[in-house]
Design a protein around this ligand. Structure first.
Ligand code: UDX
Length: 450
């Protein structure tokens, strides 16, 4: 099938690369000419496991800034642009509306074409965009009976976005339109029956369950996306709340989470306590869902509490650092890890940055190391009072404490005896439970599992 992906950020590019690999003719469209040029030269603008290799081999994947030349050949057009938060918490629909306008003003359908919103949008937006595009195309004299619409939310995680795309737990297609459903079922058939050649750079996870297909109406599909993301955030906030009580009573949170996760009904995933959740999805989706509830006069105290627990989590770590260091003012604190989670170079909405800012407000100096996030961080946080170090040892030199802020595997295997030697005082706060407490205490660290 001929596919257009409008918007080639994390969601659009990984989806485009996977669809091209399974045999579709895909064109990635973006308004950013620099991004398009980079992709045309074979380079990925984001870091994702397996993406560089996949793009090198992607003979069915093209890029352009101009949709008008290709839109009338397409069978499926995805809208996969960002929906960041507005200051009031509502989702900013500026980019979705612009994408819809681009489609409405260029498409003149001569065969069935399905327009699919993949972006996370508030409830009712799929239907509103459908009405708007239909009205506009009708006004231009187009045959709107050939236009079909569906909501198809994505569930991919940064860092393993391709794996999540090739081997999804479920594909949700929200539409009352049988043609749209049939077209998308055909598009995804190789993923549903796993009949595609496994890409060497994206191996299949062991023991993966069969991908499930769920058809719903548009609004339910929109809600499935919000409710899933917010539930995962809530699960993490819950384990973080239990972690605080464990600390007071002497229980080990890692063992507690392991024991809980052995229950099939609970499952072991998203039970890792630590500095809290961040990134470009959980914070914005929780804010958007609360706003949607507010618009309808519907209070959601559980979701509010999940947000508050996540905010408090960073204050909890500040208290733990103060307990040990006493005076934080004037102390140099080395952060190992800046990205919002490991295996990504995405530094937006990182809990590490929130914690660093709280310590800076108390007068500390903060220096960050990160295995892959520094290039982005130096741009995004150019105006912040952070320093950056190219190696963990350079960050630790003269430091009064280290905070392990992101769960990078790299930090588990460092020479901590050498690191301790270059530090001013050997305090180590492990907010992601990546280090061996006994080994660190043996070499003289005051180690705190936060
Ligand atoms: C999330 C959803 O998982 C994905 O389905 C959706 O499509 C987009 O939003 P992402 O934001 O990429 O994906 O990362 P995720 O792996 O979900 O982690 C989000 C945050 O939670 C990170 O800051 C991570 O460090 C934190 N986290 C995750 C925990 O603190 N504990 C855990 O057990 C899991």
């Amino acid at each position: 099938m001929k596919v257009i992906n409008l918007g080639i950020g994390y969601v659009g590019l990984n989806t485009a690369a996977a669809l091209a690999w399974i045999g579709h003719d895909v064109c990635g469209v973006d308004i950013d000419p620099a991004k398009i040029e980079m992709l045309k030269s074979g380079k990925a603008p984001i870091r994702e496991d397996g993406l560089d290799d996949l793009l090198k081999q992607a003979t069915h994947l093209k890029y352009t800034t101009d949709i008008s030349n290709i839109i009338n050949e397409a069978d499926v057009v995805f809208i996969a642009v960002g929906t960041p938060s507005l200051p009031n918490g509502h989702a900013n629909l500026e980019y979705v509306n612009a994408a819809a306008k681009t489609i409405a003003t260029t498409i003149m359908p001569t065969h069935d074409v399905t327009i699919v919103i993949k972006s996370t949008v508030p409830l009712g937006i799929n239907a509103a965009i459908e009405r708007r595009i239909r009205a506009f195309v009708a006004q231009r004299g187009g045959d709107v009976s050939k236009l079909h619409f569906a909501s198809n939310p994505e569930f991919l995680r940064e860092g393993c976005a391709l794996s999540d795309t090739f081997y999804p737990d479920r594909i949700v297609i929200g539409t009352d339109d049988d043609v749209a459903f049939k077209m998308l079922s055909t598009l995804y058939a190789p993923l549903l029956d796993q009949s595609f050649a496994i890409p060497p750079s994206v191996p299949a996870p062991a023991n993966r369950p069969k991908t499930q297909l769920l058809r719903t109406n548009q609004t339910s599909a929109e809600m499935i996306k919000y409710a899933s993301n917010v539930f995962l955030a809530l699960k993490i906030s819950y384990i973080n709340e239990i972690s605080g009580l464990c600390e007071k009573l002497g229980a080990n949170i890692t063992d507690v989470a392991t024991g809980m996760g052995m229950d099939k009904r609970i499952a072991p995933y998203f039970l890792k306590s630590g500095l809290g959740w961040g990134g470009s999805c959980f914070p914005k989706d929780i804010k958007a869902l609360l706003q949607i509830g507010g618009d309808y006069g519907y209070d959601m105290p559980i979701i509010k509490a999940a947000w508050d627990v996540n905010e408090n989590q960073k204050d909890r770590v500040v208290r733990q650092i103060q307990d040990e260091l006493k005076i934080v003012c004037g102390k140099k604190i080395a952060f190992f890890g800046l990205t919002f989670k490991p295996n990504t170079d995405d530094v937006r909405n990182s809990p590490a940055v929130d914690l660093a800012n709280k310590l800076i407000a108390l007068g500390a100096d903060v220096v960050f190391h990160d295995p892959v996030g520094l290039t982005n961080a130096k741009k995004v946080y150019a105006d912040d009072a952070f320093s950056f170090a190219d190696t963990p040892i350079a960050a630790a030199t003269g430091a009064d404490a280290i905070v392990i802020a992101t769960e990078w595997k790299d930090y588990a295997t460092l020479d901590y005896a050498e690191i301790k030697r270059v530090m001013n005082t050997p305090f180590l706060f492990d907010t992601r439970h990546v280090l061996n407490a006994a080994a660190l205490r043996n070499i003289g660290f005051t180690y705190r599992d936060c």
